[in-house]
Design a protein around this ligand. Structure first.
Ligand SMILES: [Zn+2]
Length: 59
């Protein structure tokens, strides 16, 4: 079974971030994420970025 790629949801207003693991039975969950602190719609940010730099620096 394919493992969906997790990603981060980040609030552009206060910086709150949350890791989200999408499920095949809950498609669209990333579209309705709101910051629990300020209710701002959060932006999706791929975690891939950090792992990419992790490889660059041999971590
Ligand atoms: Zn916020």
């Amino acid at each position: 079974m394919m493992q969906p790629e997790p990603f981060n949801m980040i609030c552009p207003k206060c910086g709150y971030s949350k890791k989200v693991t999408p499920r095949s039975d809950a498609i669209g969950i990333e579209m309705i994420q709101q910051c629990p602190k300020c209710q701002t719609y959060m932006e999706r940010k791929e975690i891939q970025e950090s792992s990419f730099f992790g490889k660059l620096f041999g971590k």
